[in-house]
Design a protein around this ligand. Structure first.
Ligand code: HEM
Length: 428
């Protein structure tokens, strides 16, 4: 069985992954397959994916950030400068358990805590981006909104001045393609250099802040106050690695999810109108978009021992790709899974934020960002529509499912409900 994620631009998996999930789920036998081309075991189906995600003893996170394609010698040499300790997404117990407990205490991870801590900050950032759209007839919503908002928000939360924004995307953006994509040798090397530079920036930011009498605002300040000079409790490198993990995880995946939620809203004017006025619809639209179109639709693990899953034997030391998208489209759990149906049962049981000990710590934050963005855009731009010639294209990647662009026409903006001066149009 081959996934073929890096085939031609029109290959099925890169543009219509649901068709591949359907095929994998429809074989009738085991839903665990070996893909000889990728060198990965593909794990499909809700029960299989859930069981692998939650079984972190036999399915380790140790190789999660190891590139799935071979690296050139020059790239491997450049990456030798990346000496960040494993925290969170690439760590296993007991290391992971300790770091996760520290972060849980400092990082709001329920909807009530997230709303209390960040609702005003997110609303201000969304307003700022939406204000910038006024006066533009055409825009690429990925570039102007989806890729910008999560980065601004995570920098605010960490306590890093947004002035650094112009340098960060170039440094961090190639990471996804380097690890889970298929870059040529030159692009690989550039991405590796960018990522190592980004790691050094995280480290110097943390050590500079630590050397000051007051470590300053945001989560970096909170982590340094918690650390209080005690390296045994939490080393500087671990704090820097947390900053790096949170920036990449908090930015790229939310960018992808925003793109999907916007596309689902904009393909139907009735939905777009409901997003402006109906809070219940808004919440279920966001949740169904997360289920239907997960921004992370495959996630790597490595087996620590021989595992029999769904009747198939996976040898010890095998790299696996947990097909989260196939779990969310398993017809035994979600009837007519390819239909976008915010009213469906078991909606919030999707696996888009993972499950078990590594469950996404930023899920509440991501939901808040997406909800705020959709509500604000739908109110301010009721006539926003995808461009007539829009064609769905995703960046070729086995983990992150991100639109290349979302070209749209803005229509007339209405008055800002928060009192900002935008245009003279009135709400229909
Ligand atoms: C819609 C947006 C998002 C999606 C689809 C997503 C998806 C995921 C998934 C599938 C995992 C599980 C990884 C595993 O099992 O190994 C995960 C973990 C994680 N996510 Fe998210 N995420 C999103 C947003 C965020 C945000 C906004 C943040 C933080 C600012 C964040 C930070 C993390 C971190 C730190 C982990 C690792 C947790 C651990 O290993 O204990 N994510 N995310």
């Amino acid at each position: 069985m081959k996934l073929d994620p890096f085939g031609t631009i029109d290959s099925t998996y890169s543009n219509n992954p649901a068709a591949t999930w359907k095929k994998l789920l429809g074989f009738g036998g085991s839903q665990v397959f070996h893909d000889p081309e990728l060198g990965l075991w593909l794990i499909a189906g809700y029960d299989n994916v859930r069981s692998a995600l939650t079984d972190s003893r036999r399915f380790s996170n140790a190789a999660t950030l190891a590139p799935i394609r071979p690296l050139s010698d020059a790239t491997a040499e450049a990456l030798a400068g990346f000496d960040a300790p494993d925290v969170l997404v690439s760590a296993d117990a007991p290391q992971h358990t300790l770091i996760r407990a520290t972060l849980r205490a400092l990082f709001p991870n329920t909807s009530a805590r997230a709303e209390h801590a960040w609702a005003a900050l997110i609303a201000a950032r969304v307003d700022q981006l939406v204000d910038d759209l006024a006066g533009q007839d055409n825009t690429d919503l990925m570039r102007t909104v989806a890729a910008r908002l999560p980065l601004l928000v995570i920098l605010d939360i960490l306590g890093i001045a947004a002035d650094d924004l112009h340098t960060i995307p170039g440094w961090a953006d190639g990471f996804l393609d380097l690890v889970w994509g298929d870059l040529g040798p030159d692009a690989q090397l550039a991405a590796a250099h960018g990522f190592v530079d980004f790691w050094h920036l995280c480290r110097s930011t943390v050590t500079t802040r630590a050397s000051q009498p007051d470590p300053g605002p945001g989560l970096i300040g909170d982590l340094l106050r918690h650390q209080r000079g005690n390296d045994a409790r939490l080393s500087m490198d671990k704090i820097a690695a947390l900053v790096l993990n949170l920036t990449v995880a908090g930015w790229e995946s939310t960018t992808g999810a925003l793109g999907h939620a916007l596309e689902h809203g904009l393909t139907d004017p009735h939905r777009w109108a409901q997003l402006a006025d109906d809070e219940h619809y808004l919440a279920t639209h966001v949740e169904e978009s997360l289920r239907h179109s997960p921004a992370v639709d495959g996630w790597p693990r490595i087996t620590t021992t021989e595992v029999t899953l769904d009747g198939t034997v996976i040898p010890a030391g095998s790299r696996c790709l947990l097909l989260i998208g196939s779990a969310n489209h398993d017809p035994r759990v979600y009837g007519t899974p390819d239909r976008f149906d915010p009213g469906r049962a078991w909606l919030s049981q999707h696996l888009s934020f993972g499950a078990g000990p590594h469950y996404c710590i930023g899920a509440a934050l991501a939901r808040l960002e997406i909800t705020t963005t959709l509500r604000t855009l739908a109110r301010r731009f009721p006539h926003l529509r995808l461009a007539d010639d829009y064609q769905r294209r995703f960046r070729p990647n086995v983990a992150a499912r991100t639109h290349q662009s979302l070209p749209a026409t803005t229509g007339t903006a209405t008055r800002c409900p928060y009192g900002h001066d935008t245009s003279s149009g009135t709400r229909p």
